[in-house]
Ligand binder design. Structure first.
Ligand code: MN
Length: 248
């Protein structure tokens, strides 16, 4: 019994050391700003427009940091790595590339779809957060009531659509040039831009967007996300869409 206890105890100590070692290593590895070392190219990762902790407690600061500085940075870096195969398209704005994917050379089309879609989706995503939720006003409020049954109904249907995405993907509200709104979801990093549509707003339901805080509870993340929306920014996107000026 004594030998067994010692053995069990020894294992437990080693395991604790191991876990502490992993934790220390992950803290150290988060310190460098990955995006600051991005290879040069036509595509750029803008800094987050607010502090990493701005969306606390609904989205934790570490998730924001990893999501922006690692995941989004990787899409931008990968896209820059493809730029020399894009030919003249490399000089075009990203939305113009994504709305006409058939112009992208076939050999890199899937990579541009994934990384270009990822760049566009996340650029939109950071913009529309950093707020304190609440409700839209004016024209956008009227359009949500007209096309989507009002904010409460939109939230219900949007969250349900987010729950139905199997694996990784996004939920979006699209906006037509005449201001009409519609709800849609996409797998992976696809975007409605690839269907020639424009994105008013969208939520990322990849596990990397919520796993540290919510683990498998995606419905809780979807519900909490509305508390960090910046409706002023979304209203500005709506006005831009109707003026033909909304890009990604
Ligand atoms: Mn993401």
């Amino acid at each position: 019994m004594s030998a067994l206890n010692m053995s069990t105890n020894g294992y437990a100590i080693d395991r604790r050391k191991l876990i502490a070692g992993f934790a220390a290593a992950s803290v150290v590895s988060l310190t460098p700003r990955a995006y600051a070392q991005a290879p040069s190219g036509p595509f750029r990762l803008d800094p987050l427009p607010y502090a990493n902790n701005k969306n606390e407690p609904h989205i934790d600061a570490m998730t924001m940091e990893i999501h922006h500085d690692r995941h989004h940075a990787a899409y931008v870096n990968n896209l820059n790595g493809l730029a020399n195969q894009l030919g003249g398209l490399a000089d075009k704005p990203l939305d113009q590339i994504l709305v006409k994917m058939t112009d992208v050379p076939e050999a890199i089309r899937t990579a541009v779809r994934n990384n270009g879609g990822g760049h566009a989706n996340h650029t939109m995503f950071w913009q529309i957060m950093g707020g304190s939720g609440g409700e839209p006003k004016g024209d956008l409020k009227a359009a949500i009531e007209r096309d989507l049954g009002g904010l409460a109904k939109l939230q219900e249907n949007f969250n349900a659509a987010g729950g139905r995405v199997f694996g990784s993907g996004w939920v979006f509200v699209t906006v037509a040039p005449d201001g009409k709104l519609a709800l849609t979801s996409k797998p992976n990093q696809d975007t409605p831009l690839m269907d020639g549509q424009r994105v008013l707003m969208g939520n990322d339901v990849w596990e990397h967007a919520y796993y540290l805080k919510y683990q498998n509870r995606r419905p809780d993340y979807l519900k909490a996300w509305w508390n960090v929306l910046n409706w002023d920014k979304i209203e500005a996107r709506y006005a831009d869409a109707k003026a033909g000026k909304l890009t990604i």
